[in-house]
Structures are given as C-alpha cells and as structure tokens.
Design a protein around this ligand. Structure first.
Ligand SMILES: Cc1ncc(COP(=O)(O)O)c(C=O)c1O
Length: 438
C-alpha cells in the first residue's frame, strides 16, 4: 500500500534508564549528572529521549550561542567537510588565517593561537607567561579566589577553589590566589617571581560575579608598573555573551556602580586591553575550538617549536567559527544579548524583591546572569543536596534547563539568538518554581 503520510522519525520512548545504564557501566563517573538523557534540539529547545521538550537557558554552559541545529552551522560543517577537515599545523590553511584575522580585528594588534578547549587556551597563556618571565627567573601567575580556569593540572592549580584541587595534590607550582575585585590584595600578592595575573571578566563557575571597572583599570596599571602580563579568561563570559565581544569591553562600557569619571571611563573603553585573552565555548557554537589572543608586543614570544596542538585550528573548526561571526554580526545578536539580557535581569530582580525568602539577589551582564537562592528554603531542608541542584531539578520538571553555579546560585546562559517570547516563557517558569518555594 502506498504510504500517505511519511513515517514519523524514530522516537525512542523511555530509554533514559537504558542510556544511564550504558554510562554507569562504561563511562568514567567524573561528572555529577542530572537524570536527563537528551536526544536532539532545535533553536532554543532540546528534547530528551522520551520526547519531552526543554527551553535551554544554559546552552551547554555558554557554548551553543546560535542554539541547536542552526542551519548556518550545519551548512558550514557540510561544505568544509567536503573540502578539508584536518591537516597538520605543519601547513597553512586559509580558514585558520581568516579566523585569526577576525579575532584580531575585534580586539587589536596581536596574534592568535588555536586550541580545542578553554583549559587548553589557558594552558597556552600560562606557557606564554613562563616564557615571558623565564630569563628573569619569574614564573608565578596570580589568579583570584573563586575563579575557574579549567580541569587540567595547570587549570586546577590556577583555579581559586579548593574543591577542584582536592585529591590531586601536589598542585603544579607557580600559582597563587588573591581575593577578587581587591586591588590592594593584588598589589600585596605580587612577589619578585610574579610574571602574570589572570582573572575572569565575570566569574562564572564562582557564581556570576563581574569584575568592577576600577579593578580592571587598576590591574592594568599595576601590571604595567610591575612589568607583569595581564590575562583575561573570557572562556565563559566572552564572545558577545555580555553584549560586547569580550566582557571587559561591556564592563567598561556600562561602568556600573563605579567611581570612575565619565572621561576616564570613555578613555578606558577606547584604550583598555589585557595582554592575553583566552576563548573557547561559544567560539565554535558547539564545535570544539579554543583560542588565545596575545597583544602585539608579546605576540612572537612563542616561536616555532614552543607550543602546538594537533587539532588546534582545523579548517573545519575555523570554518564553523567564521560562519558564527557572520551570523552574529548580520543578526546583531550582541544587541539581542544586551537588550533581552537587561530585561531578563530586571525580571530576576523583580523575583528577588517579590520572593525574598527564595531569591536573595540577581546579578550579571547581558546573557550571563545569575540569581542567588536564599540559605534556608524549607522545601529543600529534607534533602542534603545543595539548593542550586534541587532548584535545577525542579526547573527540569518544568521543562527548562538552567545551570547551577556552586551550592546557591542558578545561572542563565541562553543562546545569543534567544527570542523575547522564549525569555518570557523562561521567566514565567522560573517564577512558578520560585513561588512554589516561597
Ligand atoms: C572561565 C573558564 N575558563 C576555563 C574553562 C575551561 O574550559 P574547557 O571546559 O573548555 O576546558 C571554563 C569552563 O567552564 C571556564 O568557565
């Protein structure tokens, strides 16, 4: 018999247990996973293996900047894969050169090294600092408490949180931590061995805490005075998430709650630059790619043979990243992150005002937002799971993906092309969950 309707796509129902079983038998259990097995996505939504739909306000922890299954990404992948997926970095390829030029164009005179991940981008900057200080015997890198810089050995040594170091001691030497947003503490922490300072523009894993404009400018001055490199880890907070290409540009543009005069702020917007910036996550929209940019005076420090990565900057990864730049600019997604992000933040602030026994405060910039849950929410008392995990589970039941940060903070890191009605749906569902806890 002739088929009148095309058969529906094969939907595997209630396969969650089967998928989880595969993991418990075969996958190293290093992640704390939620009871969700996801199967496919479209735009700002993902679907689990039972067909349930979720609004994805986490975008794979700030990765899927164009949402899921974006046709431009698919097209770039298909077209480039027909030509060249990979060649060694022994050779030149046009996509890598063009992508580096796009990054340099948005930042300033300098050069780019390509890696596969954020941790690897940071590793490159750590090596750059070592090379920079080497002949003077300087090697130490200062980072902030509560920071997060990746899970490699140098990454956990650089990360200012004990929980990532526990069980992996001794730590790689050469990293010390200082309180975040505290210039005096930074000055005091510098030793004769210090070569660089690295901070996040907005601490992500640490709970969505933006650096202040004064801190950024003060660190720049301090690094110039002491001949240190200033690095910014923009892996999570960068790439238009805050409304500008990198978060420091947005922080200085907003100048929120700062004591800077308007002339000083404007001057800083035009001139401030760190010496090195690490990027990853949204750069590939889900396809793995990382990079660091290094300012011109230091751009040739890592000469031939000093640093490498087999998969760094493959033609395939770079073609995808180039396409994403194109879409973001054409559709003014930076503006979307800024404007819709401001609306989302105001809504979260409203929730904090309306339900103070559940939401303590809201913070962040653009599409990097967080809200802190109150310490003693009665409905959470019977479980020993942190409040952020329990709240996230409730959001999953309601059909929304959010990302916990630490024990008390919920992060929203939506795709840059989130639509106003999707933002509205997200807030309505968050409010429902918050209300039920008040
Ligand atoms: C600020 C920051 N730096 C570095 C990393 C590490 O990136 P990756 O997981 O790609 O190695 C992360 C990951 O969450 C991050 O948020």
């Amino acid at each position: 018999m002739k088929e009148v309707f095309p058969s529906p796509p094969p939907l595997v129902h209630n396969q969650f247990e089967a998928v989880r079983d595969l993991f418990s038998k075969n996958v190293v259990p290093s992640y704390g996973r939620f009871d969700l097995a996801l199967s496919h996505g479209s735009g700002s939504y993902v679907f689990d293996v039972a067909g349930k739909r979720y609004l994805d306000l986490g975008s794979g922890i700030a990765v899927c900047c164009l949402g899921h299954a974006h046709p431009a990404i698919t097209e770039a992948l298909v077209e480039q894969s027909k030509k060249l997926i990979h060649v060694s970095n022994l050779y030149f390829t046009e996509p890598q050169g063009r992508l580096a030029a796009e990054i340099v164009k948005r930042l300033g005179a300098g050069k780019v090294f390509f890696s596969n991940s954020g941790a690897e981008a940071n590793e490159g900057l750590f090596k750059l600092a070592r090379k920079f200080g080497h002949d003077e015997g300087r090697f130490e890198i200062l980072t902030a408490t509560n920071s997060f810089h990746g899970r490699t050995m140098a990454g956990i040594a650089a990360t200012g949180q004990d929980k990532v170091k526990k069980g992996f001691e001794p730590m790689m030497p050469g990293f010390r931590h200082m309180p975040f947003n505290d210039l005096d503490a930074a000055r005091k922490a510098i030793s004769p061995a210090t070569a660089a300072i690295m901070i996040e523009g907005v601490q992500g894993e640490g709970g969505v805490t933006p650096a202040t404009p004064e801190y950024l400018l003060g660190l720049r001055q301090l690094c110039d005075e002491k001949k240190l490199l200033l690095f910014m880890d923009e892996v999570q907070c960068g790439y238009y998430r805050t409304g500008k290409f990198q978060s420091f540009q947005r922080i200085l543009e907003v100048g929120q709650a700062s004591s800077l005069s308007e002339t000083r702020r404007q001057d800083a917007c035009a001139t401030f630059l760190p010496d090195g910036i690490s990027m990853a996550k949204s750069l590939g929209g889900g396809f793995p790619i990382g990079a660091f940019w290094v300012r011109a005076p230091f751009a040739d420090l890592l000469g031939p043979g000093t640093h490498a990565s087999t998969f760094g900057g493959t033609p395939l990864a770079c073609a995808v990243a180039l396409k994403i730049f194109e879409v973001i600019e054409r559709e003014r997604l930076d503006e979307n992150a800024r404007k819709l992000g401001e609306w989302l933040k105001r809504e979260l602030e409203r929730l904090a005002k309306t339900y103070p026994t559940v939401v303590k405060n809201a913070r962040g910039l653009g599409f990097m937002l967080g809200f802190e849950l109150a310490e003693k929410i009665p409905a959470f008392a019977s479980s020993d799971k942190p409040a952020a995990i329990q709240f996230t589970n409730r959001m999953h039941q309601a059909g929304v993906l959010v990302i916990p940060a630490g024990a008390q903070v919920i992060r929203l890191l939506p795709p840059l092309n989130l639509k106003p009605q999707e933002a509205g749906e997200g807030i309505a569902k968050i409010e429902e969950a918050v209300k039920s806890l008040a």
